[in-house]
Each structure stands twice: as C-alpha cells, then as structure tokens.
Write a protein that binds this ligand. Structure first.
Ligand code: PHE
Length: 333
C-alpha cells in the first residue's frame, strides 16, 4: 500500500487529484483506515506488529501528501504569476488622441500675447448683477441692450452677463491703478442661433488704467495684438463708434488676411474685417469705481473670441464650435 500510495501521490498533477488520493488512503473509508479499524479481528499477538506497521504507513503517506501539496501549490503560484506577467516588449495599444478646442487655442494664444505686454489674466462670474453689467458701465436706463429680448434675466437684479465689461468694474472697484488686465470668458445674449449668432459666446476684455494713458497707447497695444495674432502683414484701421462706457469709442478693423485687402467673399469685397470694440474709459465709469478721473485715464477693449477665431481659420458658422463634431474639431490639431 505504501509503495503504491507514494507512487500515485508523486504523479498527482494537481491539488484536486491529490485530495482524491488523501481520501483514498486516509479518508474514513480509506485503505489504511480500514486496516486500523479491522485490528480488533486480528489475533492478539499480531495486533502490535500490524498496528505499528499501519501507523508507520499512515505517517509516511501523510508526509508524502504534505510534500506533494507544497510542491503543487508552488507550481500553481508560479504558473499564475507567469500568466499575469506583462510583456514589456509588446507594442503599445494606441488610444485616439483628442485635440485642443479651437476656441481654447485662441484663448491661450491671446493670453500669451497680452501677458507678454504686461497684462494679468483675471476672471469674473458669468452671473452678474444688473449694476455691474449695465449701471456701472454708464448704460442709460432705457438702453436697448437691457431689454428682456436681448438679455437673460435671472431676477430683477441678476443677469447672465451680456459682455465681459463688468469684469472691468470688479477690477476697478477692488484695486488701485496702475491696472493692466485681460479677462476672457463666456457671455450670453437672447439671440436666435444662426451662422453668426449664438446665445452663448466668448469675449476677451482688456483694461488699462494709469497716469497719462492716451488713445495712442490703445492703438499701439491693439496693433501689436493684431499683428501677433493674425500675422505681421496685418494692417489696422479705427472707425468712430459708440459705447456707453467709453469716450471716445472706436471699432477696429483689420485687413482681410484671405485676400490681403483686395476684397473677397470673406470680407464681403471690402478688404477689411470688423474685429473689436474699444475706447477710452468714460470718466463716469472711473468715478463710479472710486478712481479720480482728473488723475488717471485708461482704455478698454472687448473682442469676440468666437468671431476672431472664425476670421483666423475662415470658419463660416459659429455653431460649429458648439456641436462637438469630430470632423470639425480634428482639423485644429
Ligand atoms: N463690451 C462691448 C461689446 O460687447 C465691447 C467693448 C469692450 C467696447 C470694451 C469697448 C470697450 O460690444
């Protein structure tokens, strides 16, 4: 029995086979157990001899089972580790790469340009007070932009900001000149979406306040911006305009980069593209924010980020920015 048992145990291939062998030899109905049980039927003089022998066999088989179990367990662990090992020489699986949204690319580019001219980037809330969005910006009480059909009101006193200009007010109320900040962010107007309008769009505001700031500083700053953003051949032109919070006010046009000013579909034949609004900060606005308008002057400008991005990449529909169509977005890698 011992020789047979040890042979079988040594050739067991796995822990399950081994367990079956344990039952076969040592289990309640196992061969050795049977012999030990049957001892009573033996003649008394044979009992100690057979008993000792059977116990010895049981010990040896137990010992062999233990050795075999340890060996099989070690083997199983090794196989498991081998199966789970990572082959570092395998070629990697490629995950599809996203791209930075064209509007985000513009903001990063604009921030870089203005930071290099000494501006600081600040942000303001998208939900604004009527005071910051209109009153403090010198907008007359009957100004059409205050109308429900133009502005999203949350309460009588709160609106979704219609422009980034209220950030000017926050900065001027909170800090003393010299001030040199830009403020990019989302704006909202109650417009029906079409190729050039979206109820949610983006502006970038600029504000400079210091002693002796002139219209020349405004023009110089915006000219550097236009050449950095659209290319060094770009020319700028200022047309008189009106904003409640600047005096004088202007709009800046740039030469159409598609036709170089010759006139094409992009610039509707004029050779120029309308780009942004700007002007010298109105003394009423400075005083409202506690800045002495006799001592300080400043300029402000505001541009549509969507608009200048459309101009730069010759994009003909603002809605493309917000549809998340991969075929569109993938073009701006
Ligand atoms: N906030 C103005 C607009 O939305 C743009 C502007 C900003 C004009 C700053 C002048 C100065 O049209």
């Amino acid at each position: 029995i011992q020789a047979q048992g040890i042979k079988e145990i040594q050739s067991a291939k796995n822990l399950k086979d081994l367990e079956a062998l344990r039952v076969k030899y040592l289990g309640k109905k196992g061969e050795i157990t049977q012999i030990l049980r049957g001892m009573g039927k033996l003649p008394p003089e044979e009992r100690p001899v057979i008993g000792e022998l059977a116990n010895k066999v049981r010990e040896n088989i137990t010992e062999e089972l233990k050795k075999s179990k340890e060996a099989l367990e070690a083997k199983a662990l090794e196989e498991k580790l081998a199966a789970e090992a990572i082959d570092v020489t395998m070629p990697g699986r490629k995950s599809p790469l996203g791209s930075i949204h064209p509007l985000r690319q513009s903001v990063e580019n604009l921030e870089e340009i203005f930071i290099s001219m000494g501006f600081k980037v600040v942000e303001g809330p998208e939900i604004e007070t009527v005071e910051n969005n209109f009153d403090a910006l010198n907008a007359p009480k009957n100004h059409p932009s205050r109308d429900l059909s133009d502005t999203f009101y949350i309460t009588d006193n709160l609106v979704l900001r219609t422009q980034t200009s209220p950030v000017q007010i926050r900065v001027m109320k909170e800090s003393k000149p010299p001030i040199r900040v830009i403020s990019p962010g989302r704006c909202f107007r109650n417009d029906t979406p079409d190729a050039t309008h979206s109820p949610m769009f983006h502006q970038l505001e600029g504000l400079v306040i210091d002693k002796n700031i002139t219209l020349g500083d405004l023009k110089g700053t915006l000219e550097i911006f236009a050449k950095s953003f659209f290319g060094s051949q770009t020319k700028t032109k200022f047309r008189p305009h009106h904003f409640p919070f600047t005096e004088p006010s202007a709009e800046m046009d740039i030469t159409c980069f598609k036709c170089g000013g010759m006139g094409c579909s992009m610039c509707k034949g004029s050779g120029w593209i309308e780009l942004l609004g700007a002007g010298m900060v109105h003394p009423n606005v400075l005083e409202y924010c506690g800045i002495d308008s006799e001592k300080y002057s400043g300029f402000a400008f505001g541009m549509g980020i969507d608009r200048i991005t459309m101009a730069k990449h010759d994009i003909d529909d603002i809605r493309l920015f917000f549809e998340n169509d991969q075929r569109f977005l993938q073009q701006f890698r």
